[in-house]
Design a protein around this ligand. Structure first.
Ligand code: 13P
Length: 255
């Protein structure tokens, strides 16, 4: 690719349910010097709730932003076990994952709760990263577009145009998550293009053009370059390979 990418790219690491406080601090001590010179892309680390404060403290003064993996859609209340967007803002988060496929699959997240959560995150001035993606059965049955369209219209597509312009999206095909089976750059690009078409239909061509869509699913140091060669891909949402400082830094520093 010779031309500069038109949308600022985002490389985000979703740690899922890994790393305690000590491991979090060790990660940042190793990671920050490796990404010190990064200027032309956004870098986000998304630890488990318990490690957010330690991550924010360690990343202070660097260009690395911190995110959370989930959120409740209401304000403070008698809701044992839940965490609201105001608490995440207070803890120093700037991003929140919403509707990750693991939340949808294992914790009954619906398009409706995705929409509510995205709104709650926006209302605190944070950026939701709204995840969508089809299962292998969906894809084998040729239903991926139908699934993506449904996830789009029931979730992010229910926001106002102004709200929509403040979100990020992530395309994570479930069959590529943690399986080592990455979508080919072409498959990912086609899905991103389709998500952008949904945005153009629901909002305007300008909204579609400005929307940043990250790709997630077995992103590794050795495939990031091929993926980022696609103009449709505005960054990556990295799981397993973001747990190791060196491997995540080499993804962040792709050229
Ligand atoms: P892996 O990179 O481990 O496949 O995970 C992807 C993911 O779910 C990121 O949110």
């Amino acid at each position: 690719m010779t031309t500069a990418h038109k949308r600022r790219r985002v490389i985000a690491g979703n740690w899922k349910m890994y790393k305690n406080l000590g491991e979090t601090r060790d990660f940042f001590d190793a990671f920050l010097p490796l990404v010190r010179d990064v200027r032309d892309r956004d870098v986000v680390v998304i630890p488990p709730f318990t490690a957010i404060s330690a991550a924010v403290e360690r990343a202070a003064g660097s260009a690395v932003a911190i995110g959370a993996q989930d959120v409740y859609w209401g304000k403070n209340g008698a809701l044992t076990g839940e965490i609201c967007a105001g608490m995440l803002a207070d803890a120093g988060c700037r991003y929140v994952l919403v509707g990750h496929s693991e939340r949808r699959q294992f914790f009954h997240e619906t398009d409706d709760t995705v929409a509510r959560k995205a709104l709650a995150v926006l209302s605190e001035g944070l950026t939701p990263i709204v995840c969508v993606g089809e299962t292998l059965e969906n894809r084998d049955a040729g239903l991926e577009k139908e699934v993506l369209r449904r996830q789009f219209s029931g979730g992010p597509g229910s926001l106002t145009a102004d709200e929509f312009s403040r979100i990020l999206m992530a395309y994570e095909p479930i069959w590529a998550i943690g399986t080592g089976r990455t979508a080919t750059p072409e498959i990912a690009a086609a899905a991103h293009e389709f998500i952008r078409a949904c945005a153009a239909e629901q909002y305007t061509a300008g909204h579609a053009l400005a929307l940043r869509v990250l790709y997630g699913g077995s992103v590794k140091p050795d495939n990031i370059q091929g993926l980022m060669a696609q103009d449709e891909l505005d960054g990556a949402l990295v799981g397993g390979a973001s747990l190791d400082a060196k491997s995540f830094a080499s993804i962040v520093n792709y050229t």
